[in-house]
Write a protein that binds this ligand. Sequence first.
Ligand code: PNS
Length: 161
Amino acid sequence: MRQVTAIYPGSFDPVTNGHLDLIERASKLFDRLIVALLSNPEKDPLFTIGERVEMLREAVAHLPNVEVDTFDGLLVDYARRRGARVLLRGIRAVSDYEYELQMALMNRQLAPEIETVFMLPAEAYSYLSSRLVKEVARLGGSLKALVPPAVEERIRAKVLG
Ligand code: PNS
């Protein structure tokens, strides 16, 4: 039978427990999961692409069918190069849906053979985002239960200098 490879793309600036929850769920569904970081985002990231890759690799080290990679250019071109048939995105709340729908339909227009699959993270993470994690860290709040301990340390070092 054909092996199904899925790509979970994003900025992961930084990876949160919500992302990791989704990665663990997806690693049970797909034969291979590639977590793909966009290396040239328009936004100004807190962490370099190398730092984000390192944090992700540490966090998924216990999942043998999960790989961390970077990509540039169109996501569907990268997916084709990697032989992936599925693009995975997490949806936390209805507010995510509009943006995700637009992206999924654009990607379908560009590559009709590739399916976008949406998954829900655990309810406990439905409010969690990398943006809010950075804001809480800047304002001195606790990141416990929001990101892995190693990521928390790196955020603190970055934000507090
Ligand atoms: O974590 P993010 O920032 O929501 O991830 C967005 C990402 C990386 C999935 C999206 O910006 C993307 O796929 N960029 C690559 C460029 C591309 O393919 N654009 C057309 C898709 S609509």
